[in-house]
Design a protein around this ligand. Structure first.
Ligand SMILES: O=C(O)c1cccc(C(=O)CC[C@H]2O[C@@H](n3cnc4c(=O)[nH]cnc43)[C@H](O)[C@@H]2O)c1
Length: 218
């Protein structure tokens, strides 16, 4: 079994560690930031390794929505990924294209079996976690009001910029995918001194490594 691990940036990937025992069974992809780059880079990687990859572990950092139970440095697993800013940006909410009768894929349920296996791995190593809706945006929420609005509209646990793209591409390639993230900031919070970027990168990488090892030996 070969697992592809995917993260948006080198900082997140570094924390996965280079000296893992099962490294021969792990391929790595730094997708780049945002859904477009992610969709492109992942599609081209899966094409290149056609038939050789059995599952994708997507990990990284995320912002917790103001009404979310997730706190700084919490680990979260995605049940569903939603393209949160795809639609019409009204003052109070994003109007979805489906409301206008247009068929646009804008939400993706992540693989149940792999998600449960990842949850089992986390319990096994004693890491507490939350599960729920993740929201992917092209524009990171820049105010608490915006973050609250998007978070409430989708009952979102946290916000990121790649997850829905990974879920969509994996679905197209019939590959199971699991996504886990560590909370680095409150979505909408602009004051960088309240962010925990480096610690969150470290924690998400280490957690993803432990989960991947568990999946490979399961
Ligand atoms: O505003 C800044 O100065 C700034 C500096 C470094 C990084 C950022 C990011 O927004 C990182 C985006 C990156 O991390 C994920 N992420 C983390 N928190 C959030 C968030 O609140 N909203 C959306 N994405 C977030 C995301 O997946 C990207 O890969 C800003």
């Amino acid at each position: 079994m070969t697992i592809l691990i995917a993260a948006a940036t080198d900082l997140e990937m570094q924390a996965f560690g280079a000296d893992r025992d099962a490294v021969a069974y792990v391929l790595r992809l730094i997708t780049g930031i945002g859904p477009m780059e992610t969709a492109l880079s992942l599609t081209s990687m899966l094409h290149q390794y056609s038939g050789q990859i059995s599952a994708v572990v997507n990990f990284g950092i995320a912002g917790a929505y103001p009404d979310s139970p997730a706190q700084l440095l919490d680990i979260c697993i995605a049940k569903q990924e939603i393209l949160g800013d795809l639609g019409i940006c009204l003052p109070e909410r994003i109007e979805r294209f489906a409301e206008r009768g247009l068929a646009v894929r804008d939400s993706f349920i992540l693989d149940d079996r792999l998600r449960k296996a990842a949850a089992q791995a986390l319990r096994h190593i004693g890491i507490t976690f939350l599960q729920g809706n993740f929201v992917t945006v092209s524009s990171s929420s820049g105010t608490t009001e915006r973050a609250q609005q998007i978070g409430r509209q989708y009952q979102g646990l946290c916000e990121n910029m790649e997850g829905a793209a990974v879920a969509m591409v994996c679905e197209a390639f019939h590959l199971p995918c699991v996504e886990l993230r560590c909370i680095s900031n409150r979505a909408g919070e602009r004051d960088r001194k309240n962010w925990r970027l480096r610690e969150a990168c470290l924690r998400t990488g280490q957690t993803a490594a432990a989960v991947t090892e568990f999946l490979l030996t399961d």
